[in-house]
Structures are given as C-alpha cells and as structure tokens.
Design a protein around this ligand. Structure first.
Ligand code: FAD
Length: 472
C-alpha cells in the first residue's frame, strides 16, 4: 500500500477549484468547489508519512492527520472519516474555516519547495462524503445516566462539550440567547466561508442525538444563573465574546457607523430569510455605498467581502499597520483583493465627518516605530498627513471583549482575568464556582473555532470526572 503515499515528488499541490472572483462576488455561496473523489485520493497520497507529524502537533485537536490521509489515499474513506471524527466534533467545519496555513498545512514537512498537503480540503471532502454516504449518525450512548448537565452557549465550544457528554450518557440541556444553533458559525462567519446548511446539518445531528436546546433564552435575563446551578449537576459557560471594542472618535454617533457584528449578523440573517430592521433603509446594507471597514483582523476581512457581495460602489479596508503585520489571514486578504477590495495600509481614522449621516472619514498616515514589549512595532502618526476618505457606511472591526458575566449572571465570586475573560483552573477547567466550568472564547478571548472545540472536549471530560467524583 505504501505506493499510494509519498507522491509529493511527482504530484503537485492542488486545492479544489476556486470560483472566479468576478462571478463569486455576485453571490454568497462558498468560493471553493468540492474535490472529486480522485482528486481527494490523489492529494492525500502526497503525504510523506513523516516520523514526527508536525501537522498533528500543530493542530489544537491533535487530529491524527497522517493516518486519515493514508486511509484516504488507499480509498478507505469510511475508516478515514471515522479516524478524523474521533478527535473532532466538526471536521467539515474545520476543513472549511481553520487557518490551515498557520496550523496543520503551515507545518507540513513538505511545505517548503514541494508545497504542503492540502489537509483542510481533504478533511472537508472526507466528512461531506461521509454525510452523503450515510456514515454520520447521531450519538447513541451506551449507558444512560440520570445526571443533567447545563451548557450555556450553542457555539462550537458548547456544542462540542454537549456531544462529548451525550456520548457519556448524560442528559444535556443547551441554552442560547440566539434563535438558532451555532453561535458565530451561524451569525458571525459569512456563507462564502461556511454555508449555513453545513452548520444546520450538524445542529440537526445533535438534536437527533437527544441533546435538548432552549433557544431565545438569555441566561441572566430570561433565566437566572442560580436557577441553573440549582437544577443541574454541573454548568458549562461557553458564551463567547461579543462586546465590540471601540475608539472614541469625533462624530462617532453619526448614522451609518456600525459595529462589525451588527453588520455581519444582519447580512447572515437576511441570507437565512429573516426580516432585519434597518437593513433596507440603508444602515446595514452596503448596496451602492462607499464602504470603509476599519480594522485588519479576520472579522474585517469578512466585512469587506460581505460589502462587496452586497453591491457596494467601493470597499476600502483601513488598517494602521502593514500587510506583514496584520492579524488577519493573508489568504483572506488575497481573496478580498481578488474581489476588488482596496487595502489602505499604515493609516488610522481620526474623525467621522458628516452632517445628517457619515459622509467621509478623516484619516492620518502612520509609520511603524520601535517594537513594544510583545515585539510588534508600534504605529506612530505622521504629521500633516490628514486626508479624507469618502464613506457612506463605516464598519468598525476593532475586536471583541467579554461581557461582564460577574454582573449579568449576578456572580460576584466568579473569578475573571485582567481582560475580563473567565479564569479557570488549568487542569480541572473549573471556574472559581464549584461545579461551574468554562470553555471557548469566554476563556481564551476571541480565538478560533478549532480551539473552542478543543476546550469544549476538555471541559466535557472534566465535567464527567467531577460528576462521577460526587457520586463516589
Ligand atoms: C466575523 C467572525 C469571523 C470568524 N471567522 C473565523 C474563521 O474563519 N475561522 C475560525 O476558526 N474562527 C473564526 N472566528 C472565531 C470563531 O468564530 C470563534 O472563536 C468561535 O466561534 C468561538 O466559539 P465559542 O463557542 O466560544 O463562542 P460563540 O461561537 O461565540 O458562541 C457563544 C454562544 O453563546 C451564546 N450566549 C452568549 N451569552 C449568552 C447568555 N447570557 N445566555 C445564553 N446564551 C448566550 C451566544 O448567543 C452564542 O451562540 C470568527 C469570528 C468572527 C466574529
């Protein structure tokens, strides 16, 4: 069978076809086509099965990538899927939206010169193919336990924990203030990266596994945190981070200056067929507008590419550092540039200008000065460089902070870090409150889906240990 592997020497790297920018910017569908069966097998066969698999080491889930690539190359697709799903609750989602260039693929030993194995695309193919063939089935616990666990937040962190605990036989209730399951997978990340039907397919599977969902239920408002603590053996907080960071610039109160999540949620809702207030009256629809997105992270990239698809007249991304120093994925910058987005590097906003609504942004040029304690060069303003950028919709993507759960959950004893994220014990994953655990962005700060899944899985294991220890 080894002749099915190590083919990187004679087979070149080939990602699934990417739709042409001129056509893909007219719709919200995913930009990559699916692999054919033969391309998936061929690309998997490029794996060198190296002795120390850096792809696996650098995957937050430690996915057994070399093994499932080998099975794929040998056409053993069901086994390959099963290995992949054994460490990951959502491989088809990670295959689509993980920054593989920074994780598995970026650390593939054939990355240099020969170009890495296209791990994410093979992962996506494997799980989509498994769904197509009916190999993905709801969880059927071997034992049913009487203990009930509560999970607050139906994002990837909460969902991974819910599934793992269900496998162990617990009764699981998940509460979410949104009306749909998925957290940022549904209302943050746009369709062109992750189609909603993929998230809905996962959500249905979890419902069919017997996990109970209480949607439109905000903990701290519709139900108190203490009620939940009384009712359940253990509680997991997986509420993500949603407080938009802001910069107090003159003119900030003018209409048509919106936070990124408000803008993206509205667009995602419209795509899902919901009616959204303030959409068609112009506040949240970029159609025909000169749009300026402020920020340089992945959220900013999702905003510029959404605005393009809504039919904006022009889309600019203003960021105070340069291309090399931006936090967003360079792959996403490339996609955005192909779709016609203009990047204005080394520039920072100084004021929003306008009478009845925003009409322009006054910006200044910046140079990168000496490095700060983290090693990043600090931006310094350049004198007399102020200029105006025409703008009738400004989208602020400055990042996110956690909400103040100590007060919204009325838990003064809940220990938080200096950043406001929940502080947990490194090993037990428990917060300062007995029987209360936390996972995902609310612990790490804004991070990645794959880390939320990892945290959810780790928390599930610790919750199991905790509940069992109480029975001894
Ligand atoms: C625009 C955008 C694009 C992104 N793109 C990517 C990407 O391409 N790749 C990637 O890996 N990561 C991406 N991320 C990051 C990723 O989405 C998050 O790291 C991940 O979703 C965190 O998972 P979580 O379960 O911790 O939280 P979330 O996904 O935020 O889920 C938290 C859930 O908790 C619910 N909740 C909050 N408070 C309460 C309450 N009081 N009561 C009840 N429910 C509550 C929320 O409604 C939500 O459903 C992106 C983030 C954003 C904002």
């Amino acid at each position: 069978m080894t002749n099915n592997l190590l083919r990187f020497t004679d087979i070149g790297q080939s990602y699934p076809d990417k739709r042409d920018a001129s056509s893909r910017k007219n719709d919200f569908s995913e930009i990559y086509e699916d692999y054919s069966n033969s391309s998936a097998l061929e690309q998997a066969s490029r794996c060198s099965q190296c002795g120390v698999p850096f792809c696996q080491i650098h995957c937050p889930l430690q996915n057994n990538i070399p093994d499932w690539l080998m099975m794929t190359a040998q056409g053993r697709l069901k086994e390959a899927y099963e290995i992949s799903a054994s460490t990951n609750n959502m491989p088809e989602i990670c295959g689509r939206i993980c920054p593989q260039d920074r994780l598995c693929e970026g650390n593939c030993v054939i990355e240099n010169g020969f170009k890495s194995v296209t791990i994410g695309s093979v992962e996506r193919y494997l799980t989509d193919n498994a769904f197509k063939n009916g190999w993905v089935s709801p969880v059927k616990p071997l034992t049913i336990r009487s203990q009930k666990i509560c999970i607050i937040g139906a994002g990837p962190g909460g969902l991974a924990a819910a599934e793992e605990l269900r496998k162990l036989g617990y009764e699981i209730d998940v509460y979410d203030r949104y009306d749909r399951i998925g957290g940022l997978l549904i209302y943050g990340i746009p369709n062109f990266k992750l189609e909603k039907s993929i998230v809905e397919r996962r959500a249905s599977l979890l419902k069919d596994s017997g996990i109970n969902f209480y949607l439109n239920t905000e903990v701290g408002k519709d139900i108190s945190f203490n009620q939940l603590r009384e009712k359940y053996e253990a509680v997991l907080i997986a509420t993500g981070v949603y407080e938009a960071r802001d910069i107090a610039l003159p003119g900030v109160g003018l209409p048509n200056i919106v936070p990124a999540m408000t803008y993206l949620t509205a667009s995602n809702r419209v795509g899902l067929g919901d009616k959204v207030a303030n959409f068609s009256n112009g506040q949240l629809d970029a159609s025909g507008k000169d749009v300026v997105v402020l920020g340089g992270g992945d959220t900013a990239m999702d905003c510029v590419r959404t605005a393009t698809r809504q039919g904006a007249s022009s889309v600019k991304c203003v960021y105070r550092r340069d291309r090399t120093n931006m936090p967003g994925s360079l792959r996403e910058v490339k996609h955005a540039e192909e779709e016609g987005v203009e990047f204005i590097w080394l520039t920072t906003p100084e004021a929003y200008l306008g009478q009845k609504k925003i009409e322009a942004i006054r910006a200044v040029k910046v140079r990168l000065g000496s490095s700060d304690s983290s090693g990043r060069q600090s931006p310094e303003l350049i004198a007399n460089s102020a200029h105006e950028l025409k703008c009738d919709l400004a989208i602020k993507a400055f990042g996110f902070d956690p909400e103040d759960l100590k007060s919204s959950f009325n838990q003064p004893e809940l220990k938080v870090t200096g950043w406001g994220t929940i502080s947990i014990d490194f090993l037990s994953k428990m917060t300062s409150l007995d029987g209360v655990f936390a996972a995902g962005d609310i612990v790490r700060g804004a991070s990645l889906v794959v880390w939320a899944i990892r945290d959810g899985r780790d928390a599930a294991l610790q919750i199991h240990k905790y509940v069992q220890s109480k029975l001894d």
